[in-house]
Design a protein around this ligand. Structure first.
Ligand code: PHE
Length: 439
């Protein structure tokens, strides 16, 4: 009815939207990236800044992206072009596609490690290992390049296989069951982790802010992590917004998804840091953190075999529901703008990303650069442009009309406008310029 295409799918209801959006948001960003970035950036103080950014920037940017998508009922390019005809705002979409390429390239490598850990858990390969032996296993995985590449390609292939045939129904169905299962496993890990000897040091690291650790770099990392974890700033949420029915609440959805995403990240932190300290591991050791910490917990747990296996299976699936959303942004661009057929578009996109992924698997600096540029530069810049677009470019009454399309008055609307007009853009711009050393 609102649609320019006759066959747009819609999410089936409140739970479906939340599950699918949370499926995109919750992934390696929460369980792999959040703890390791926090560990490298000093712990508690980073956490506080991160939480603040999720609340004052993340939620409003997510609402903004949702409303753009639902208003336009189109993919990220089409959406900006339709809402601002004859202008160049669709470039936000081009940037989003660029970000999707970079993110998916290194994301597939980490997802590949996760798949390998499913295999290691299945064969009980780390049971009885000491912490340093477990560490050596990760190093070996990372350094056996052919193995890393093979798993990366397998994961990318799986993502492409699902995306190629259209996804909305599939994601929704899986996400509804598997996300809660992941939550339960992590809660079990939490209980084991905080009852280990020496756990309190890890909890203090996480929850006791040491403000002397805050530098402009730490603040930029927190901003980048907030964008990355919430899947905002690159078009995924615009696209998903276009599948949300008019009678659903955008504010409520954004809030629930952000809350769920934050809870999972926090629980991942509580699972990892007490254990890391208890087993004498460095919190700032980088991308291997989750892979060298958790197997130690499984070794110390009744039923550790089952928990370990389930954990890595569910983490792979959480990664998949995120990678699907990333690839979908590229495929939507290729099909709708470059007029490729869906299958062709999927395999071409996946092929290019797989090649980039191989570079990431082979070279740590490429891996690090892709991660840094996408999370700390492209996503915040995308978010900045999105909020500017909503308050200065869209027709004045349009954002409110869209937010209140469910027939309920949005009492928070005044706050929302204040934040996206002033607070969020100024905060993003300052953190950004400062963090990059341009201010
Ligand atoms: N938010 C996802 C995660 O936490 C990663 C992602 C980033 C997905 C950007 C889509 C867009 O794993």
């Amino acid at each position: 009815m609102q649609s320019s295409k006759s066959s747009r799918d819609n999410f089936s209801g409140k739970l479906g939207i939340i599950a699918a959006t949370a499926g995109s948001a919750i992934g390696l960003g929460n369980i792999w990236r959040f703890p390791y970035i926090l560990g490298e950036n000093g712990g508690g103080a980073f956490l506080l800044i991160y939480l603040l950014f999720v609340l004052i920037i993340g939620v409003p940017v997510m609402i903004s992206e949702f409303l753009i998508g639902r208003k336009a009922q189109l993919n990220v390019f089409g959406a900006f072009r339709k809402l601002a005809p004859g202008q160049h705002w669709y470039l936000i979409g081009v940037m989003g596609v660029g970000a999707a390429f970079l993110i998916l390239a290194f994301y597939s490598v980490v997802a590949g490690w996760t798949l390998h850990y499913v295999y290691l858990s299945l064969t009980n390969a780390m049971s009885g290992h000491t912490p340093s032996e477990i560490m050596a296993v990760f190093e070996q995985v990372q350094n056996t390049k052919l193995l890393s590449i093979a798993w990366t390609l397998l994961f990318m292939g799986g993502t492409a296989y699902i995306v190629r045939s259209g996804i909305e129904k599939g994601i929704e169905r899986y996400a509804k069951v598997l996300m809660p299962a992941l939550l339960l496993i992590i809660i079990a890990l939490n209980i084991r982790s905080v009852t280990l000897d020496g756990a309190s040091e890890g909890l203090a690291f996480l929850f006791n802010p040491d403000f002397s650790k805050i530098t402009s770099d730490v603040v930029l990392e927190a901003l980048g992590q907030a964008f990355f974890s919430l899947s905002i700033g690159m078009g995924v949420i615009v696209t998903y917004g276009s599948y949300i029915k008019k009678d659903e609440s955008l504010g409520g959805t954004a809030l629930s998804v952000s809350l769920a995403d934050t809870i999972i990240a926090l629980l991942a932190g509580v699972a990892i840091f007490p254990a890391a300290f208890a087993f004498g591991m460095e919190p700032d050791q980088g991308p291997g953190l989750v892979f060298v910490t958790l197997p130690n917990i499984f070794n110390q747990m009744t039923g550790g075999y089952v928990f370990g296996l389930l954990f890595f299976v569910l983490l792979s699936i959480a990664a998949l529901t995120s990678s699907i959303s990333l690839l979908e942004v590229v495929v939507a661009y290729f099909t709708e703008e470059l007029k490729l057929r869906r299958k062709q578009a999927t395999w071409i996109a996946a092929g290019i990303i797989a090649i980039l992924g191989i570079f990431c698997a082979l070279n740590d600096s490429v891996f690090g650069a892709f991660d840094y540029v996408s999370s700390n530069i492209l996503l915040p810049l995308g978010g900045l442009l999105v909020v500017i677009f909503v308050c200065w470019i869209m027709e004045k009454t349009a954002p409110r009309g869209e937010i209140e399309a469910d027939g309920k008055k949005a009492r928070y609307y005044g706050w929302f406008v204040f934040i996206i007009k002033f607070l969020a853009p100024i905060a993003i711009a300052l953190v950004f310029l400062h963090g990059l050393g341009w201010l």
